[in-house]
Design a protein around this ligand. Structure first.
Ligand SMILES: Cc1cc2nc3c(=O)[nH]c(=O)nc-3n(C[C@H](O)[C@H](O)[C@H](O)COP(=O)(O)OP(=O)(O)OC[C@H]3O[C@@H](n4cnc5c(N)ncnc54)[C@H](O)[C@@H]3O)c2cc1C
Length: 500
C-alpha cells in the first residue's frame, strides 16, 4: 500500500552543495506538471563548503544534468584531476599514485597487474604507475580528454575535477532557479508531523512562516535536522575504524605548475590534502583529536604549505559513520545529514549525486511505496560500506608507527575488508561486488601501493611464455609514455577550455 499524499510539493532543507545538487536534478527531471520544488536555507547558519576533490562519476552526472563543461569549469574554478598521489602513507619516504581508470590491459584474459607482480623486479618493468594512462599523464602534468578509439592508450584516460564546492552550489542554484525551483531564506525552528502517520507535514521558520510539503529532502548538513533530529534515525558510528574527527582547512596562493592531481601526505595523526584550483590551492590537515591537539594540527598545516596562506585556517569537526537509514517516512537524507566519510578519496559529493540518481530511479508516485523506500535504503547503505573499507585500507596497510598509526595498523577490521585483504594476499585477486564504487584497478593501486604483496601471482600467467609477456609489458609502457608526451600541459588545456 502506498503511504502519504501525492508528491506535489518537494521541500529541500538546506542550501549547501547537497541541497543545490538535489534541487538542480529534481528541477531538471522531476519538476513541472504543477509540482513545486522549494529549498529553505539559512544564510545565518551557513554551509560547510570545503569540498574540493571529486571522482570520475561526476563527469557523467554533470553531463546528465546537461551542464556545459567549459561553463562548469569557469564558474566552479575547476581544474582537471587524474588521481591522487599518496606520500608517506606506506612509510615515510615512499609514494604511490591512485590513478583514475585502468591499469594496463589484460594479457590472455589475465589482469595486467598480475604480469607486473610477476616481473616487477626486472629493471625494464618499473613502477605500476607506468602502466596507467592517467598516472603517466599526471606525472608529466599533462591532460586531454580521452579518445573514443579503443586501441588508443588515451581511451583509458579517466578524469574528474578539483573544484570549489560552494561555487558549484551557487552555479547549480542559478540552474535550478531557472528551471522553476524556489528558494526561501529563513531559519527552521520547528518541524511539524502528522499525529497519526508521523510524516513530516511542514517546517516553521523563525519569522513564523510555514513551509508545507509532501516529500522532504534533508540536506541540513551534520545537524540532520529532520532525519536524525525529528525522526530520530540513529547514527552508526565508525570512528573506531576511522578515528580522524577534525580538519583545519586553508587556501593558499597558486604556485608552480598546475598539477592535474591531488596530493595526500600522511602525518603523525592523520594526513594533509593539497588540491590545485584555478585561483588558489586548497589545503587541509585531517587528524584525530584523540592523538593530536588542535594547535599542533594547525601548526603542521601552516608549516607544510607550499605557498602563502590566503586566510586563517578554519576548524571543522566531524564523525565517521552514517544514519541507519537514509529514507524514513517522507524524509530522505542527502549529503552530510545522511553520513560522512573523511575526504581521503573524495567521495562525499559522489554520494550526494548517487543518492539523487537513486531517488530519481525510485521516484515516488502517487504516494510513497514502502518497497521502493526499502530499496533506496538498501542501495544507500550498501554504497557507504565498501567506501568505508577502501578508506580504512589506506590507514591499515602501513609500516608507519606512533600512537595513531599503531592503533589503525593493528585494529580489528570489518569482515568485508578482512576478506578482501586475505584474498588479495593469496594471488593478487580482487573482485568488485554489487556495483561498489571503487573498481578493481583502484583496489589494486592502493593494495600494491601500500605493499600488500601476494604470496605469488596468478597461476594462469605461468601458461604464457615469458618473452611474450615481457614484450607486451614493454609495448604497453612505451604506448603510455609516447601518448603522454604528445598531450598538452594540463594548464594549457584548461586555459583553452575556459576561453571557449
Ligand atoms: C574537512 C572536509 C573536507 C571535505 N572535502 C571534500 C572533498 O574533497 N570532496 C568531497 O566530495 N566532499 C568533501 N567534503 C564533504 C563536502 O563538503 C560535503 O559533502 C558537501 O559540502 C555537502 O554538504 P551539505 O550540503 O550536506 O551540508 P552543508 O554545507 O552543511 O549545508 C547545510 C545546509 O543546511 C542549512 N540548515 C541547517 N540547519 C538549518 C535550519 N535550522 N534552518 C535553515 N537551514 C538550515 C544550512 O544553512 C546549509 O544551507 C568535505 C567535508 C569536510 C568536513
Amino acid at each position: 500500500m502506498k503511504e502519504g499524499a501525492p508528491i506535489r510539493r518537494i521541500v529541500i532543507v538546506g542550501g549547501g552543495t547537497a541541497g543545490w545538487i538535489t534541487a538542480a536534478a529534481l528541477a531538471r527531471f522531476a519538476g513541472g506538471s504543477g509540482r513545486r520544488i522549494v529549498l529553505v536555507e539559512s544564510e545565518a547558519i551557513g554551509i560547510v563548503g570545503v569540498g574540493e576533490g571529486t571522482i570520475p562519476p561526476m563527469v557523467e552526472f554533470n553531463h546528465q544534468l546537461g551542464l556545459d563543461e567549459a561553463e562548469y569549469l569557469r564558474t566552479s574554478h575547476a581544474t582537471y584531476k587524474l588521481g591522487i598521489e599518496f606520500v608517506d602513507w606506506t612509510e615515510p619516504g615512499q609514494r604511490y599514485f591512485h590513478q583514475f581508470g585502468e591499469i594496463g590491459r589484460p594479457l590472455n584474459g589475465v589482469p595486467f597487474h598480475q604480469a607486473w607482480l610477476k616481473y616487477r623486479n626486472r629493471p625494464s618493468v618499473g613502477p605500476l604507475a607506468a602502466y596507467s594512462m592517467s598516472a603517466v599523464a599526471a606525472a608529466n602534468h599533462r591532460f586531454a580528454h580521452s579518445s573514443r578509439e579503443p586501441a588508443s592508450p588515451l581511451s583509458q584516460l579517466a578524469y574528474a575535477f578539483h573544484f570549489d564546492a560552494s561555487a558549484y552550489g551557487q552555479y547549480l542554484r542559478g540552474f535550478a532557479e531557472k528551471l522553476g525551483a524556489e528558494r526561501i531564506e529563513g531559519k527552521i525552528v520547528e518541524v511539524e508531523q502528522d499525529g497519526e502517520t508521523g510524516f513530516v507535514t511542514a517546517l516553521r521558520l523563525d519569522d513564523d512562516r510555514r513551509v508545507r510539503g509532501d516529500l522532504f529532502i534533508d540536506c541540513s548538513g551534520f545537524r540532520s535536522l529532520l532525519l536524525g533530529g525529528k525522526l530520530e534515525v540513529g547514527f552508526e558510528d565508525w570512528s573506531h575504524w576511522l578515528p580522524c574527527d577534525r580538519a583545519f582547512a586553508v587556501p593558499s596562493e597558486r604556485d608552480g605548475p598546475l598539477l592535474p592531481y591531488t596530493r595526500s601526505t600522511a602525518h603523525s595523526a592523520g594526513w594533509q590534502w593539497r588540491i590545485p584550483l584555478q585561483h588558489r590551492t586548497g589545503n587541509g590537515h585531517v587528524y584525530s583529536s584523540a592523538h593530536m591537539s588542535d594547535d599542533e594540527a594547525e601548526r603542521i598545516l601552516l608549516e607544510t604549505l607550499d605557498s602563502k596562506p590566503l586566510a586563517e585556517p578554519r576548524l571543522l569537526k566531524f564523525k565517521a559513520g552514517r544514519r541507519a537509514k537514509s529514507w524514513e517516512k517522507n524524509v530522505i537524507a542527502i549529503g552530510l545529514s545522511g553520513g560522512f566519510l573523511e575526504p581521503l578519496e573524495s567521495t562525499s559529493i559522489h554520494l550526494i549525486q548517487h543518492a539523487v540518481q537513486k531517488l530519481l530511479a525510485l521516484f515516488p508516485g502517487p504516494g510513497i511505496s514502502p518497497v521502493e523506500r526499502n530499496e533506496f535504503n538498501r542501495a544507500m547503505m550498501g554504497s557507504y560500506e565498501p567506501i568505508r573499507d577502501f578508506i580504512i585500507l589506506h590507514y591499515h596497510a602501513t609500516r608507519r608507527t606512533g600512537p595513531f598509526w599503531d592503533h589503525v595498523r593493528t585494529m580489528e577490521l570489518p569482515d568485508t575488508l578482512k576478506h578482501k585483504i586475505e584474498l588479495f594476499s593469496e594471488h593478487g585477486r580482487v573482485f568488485r561486488y554489487d556495483n561498489e564504487l571503487f573498481d578493481v584497478p583502484s583496489w589494486v593501486a592502493v593494495m600494491l601501493g601500500q605493499d600488500v604483496l601476494p604470496d605469488c601471482a596468478e597461476p594462469l600467467l605461468d601458461l604464457m611464455p615469458e618473452p611474450e609477456v615481457l614484450r607486451a609489458i614493454a609495448e604497453l609502457r612505451r604506448g603510455y609514455e609516447q601518448t603522454a608526451s604528445k598531450l598538452p600541459l594540463a594548464s594549457e588545456y584548461l586555459e583553452r577550455m575556459i576561453a571557449v
